[in-house]
Design a protein around this ligand. Structure first.
Ligand code: AMP
Ligand code: MG
Length: 487
């Protein structure tokens, strides 16, 4: 199997990484392979058997042209700065350039210890690997920027956590693995020269249109803030709670990265927290925009030496960019909610309707995902779906009446409006109870439910007969859902 590697980070950024070597798994076995992604990347795998794929994508066999390395990074974890993190359970095999010219990192996650493993074993258990595969594919299918999963391979070895689990390796594909924490690491330990070098590399790789700007590092800050505002808008729109929005888990590409204890909201609650380690709710659903703001302030700090070097006065401009984040986010969020509830082209001032919606959903514990589909059904003259979601038929009557009143605006036919809503509101998401059941079965050796769920969430928008149970919320009275890092 040949990857056409073109390893720019390895070649251009010596000193920003540590060479790494994968641990050799005893009996690699392919669990899942993402053929659509392989095609998108232009991988030459015709005729390559599962055993060879498993061998390469578990780190047993090093493909020609790979320059395996672990990235150095730091990061604020739950608000506290750790100056030394880095890839402790992952290594970059190399970069490939897809047929359309887009460049991607190909990384093995769970492939054994690196120079940055500290006390960790560098391994991953099958549960977290299949969870990341599933959730990142669901996000991609919903059009949310994300890293992708190319393969999951069982290693044949056990990984010790609170108990022993089957080990696995995830092959992750990302437009890069440069994180806010990468900038923080070089700002903290090395200073302006290194920050400028990393900033220049990032701009060449991701945002070449910024090369000619007066102060490229300032332009980089502006661009990354914009991408993060868009990303968190999309998360909130599908009810996603990342769970560990530490600065080392923020990719400057604007992709969702490092799926750990993430989960989707069932019945709406603005304070929803799923992660067992987030006792104070720092990364709760509704706090994600504030944390985005906080994380971008840390990014600005790390970039300051580079911004200052080019133009000392631009430090004020950087501060202004950070201060403008809440307004920038709010504009994107309002626009997205308007789309979700079918207000496109309608009602100039719907701010109040939008804000009160979330109070209503919370008050009546409405299933977040289904609600927006139910609104579209209402436009089609079918009210049963909404009725089934509400505790009493008239629970949201005043809000629905206000919303209905705006549907006359804009000259769009109700059925067209309903179709446009369905095109942005998923019906199938990785619901927590389904994910958990699929992972339990997979750990016990049955990949059937996981494979079925993966197929369901890969087609999130179009109703398919027979899949009703995938669109149902967890049975009421179910235990509050808890997720564990466990990776
Ligand atoms: P994350 O949970 O992805 O935010 O990881 C935080 C840090 O812990 C990163 O530097 C990881 O590389 C490191 N880490 C997490 N799990 C392990 C592990 N099993 N072995 C070594 N390092 C790990
Ligand atoms: Mg991480």
């Amino acid at each position: 199997m040949a990857f056409a590697f073109d390893n720019s980070f390895h070649a251009d950024m010596e000193g920003f990484y540590a060479p790494a070597e994968a641990a050799k798994p005893s009996a690699p076995r392919l669990l899942a392979f993402n053929q659509a992604l392989a095609d998108r990347l232009g991988l030459a795998i015709a005729g390559v058997g599962d055993d060879e794929l498993a061998s390469i994508l578990s780190g047993r066999e090093l493909p020609a042209g790979a320059n395996p390395l672990a990235f150095a990074y730091a990061g604020h974890q739950f608000g506290h700065f750790s100056s030394q993190l880095g890839d402790g359970r992952a290594l970059l095999l190399g970069e490939i350039v897809a047929p359309d010219g887009a460049r991607f990192d190909v990384q093995l996650k769970g492939s054994g210890p690196t120079a940055f493993s500290r006390n960790g074993d560098g391994k991953a258990a099958i549960g977290p690997v299949l969870r990341e595969f599933l959730v990142s594919e669901a996000m991609a299918a919903m059009g949310v920027p994300t890293t992708r999963a190319l393969a999951a391979v069982a290693t044949g070895d056990r990984v010790q956590r609170e108990r022993a689990h089957p080990g696995a390796v995830l092959t992750r594909v990302a437009s890069s693995h440069i994180r806010v924490g990468t900038f923080q690491f070089f700002a903290a330990h090395f200073g302006a020269d290194h920050v400028v070098q990393l900033s220049d590399y990032s701009i060449r790789r991701h945002f070449p249109d910024l090369i000619e700007t007066a102060n490229p590092s300032l332009a980089l800050l502006d661009r990354v803030i914009g991408l993060q505002c868009e990303l968190i808008t999309r998360w909130l729109g599908v009810g996603f709670v990342h769970g560990v929005m530490n600065t080392d888990n923020v990719a400057i590409s604007g992709e969702t990265i490092d799926y750990g204890p993430c989960a989707f909201i069932d019945r709406f609650s603005v304070n929803a927290v799923f992660s067992s380690i987030d006792a104070n709710g720092r990364y709760a659903y509704g706090r994600q925009p504030q944390i985005l703001h906080w994380n971008m302030a840390r990014f600005a700090e790390a970039l300051l030496p580079a911004i200052h070097r080019t133009a000392p006065a631009d430090v004020d401009a950087a501060k202004a960019l950070v201060d403008a984040i809440p307004g920038r986010f709010r504009a994107l969020w309002q626009a997205q909610v308007r789309q979700k509830i079918g207000l496109v082209g309608a009602a100039a001032n719907a701010d109040e309707l939008i804000d009160s919606l979330f109070d209503e959903l919370e008050k009546h514990a409405v299933d977040f995902t289904s609600f927006f589909r139910a609104l579209a059904m209402l436009l089609r003259g079918e009210g049963e779906m909404l009725e089934r979601l509400l505790p009493t038929p008239d629970a949201m009557a005043p809000w629905i009446a206000a919303w209905w009143g705006m549907m006359a605006d804009g000259g769009i036919a109700p059925l067209d409006r309903a179709d446009a809503m369905d095109a942005v509101n998923p019906i199938y998401i990785p619901r927590n109870h389904m994910v958990e059941a699929a992972l339990d079965a997979a750990e016990a050796g049955d990949l059937g439910p996981w494979t079925e769920l993966l197929d369901v969430v890969r087609h999130p928008y179009v109703v398919r007969p027979g899949l009703e149970r995938f669109a149902e919320p967890a049975p009421s009275g179910a235990e509050p859902y808890k997720t564990f890092c466990g990776t």
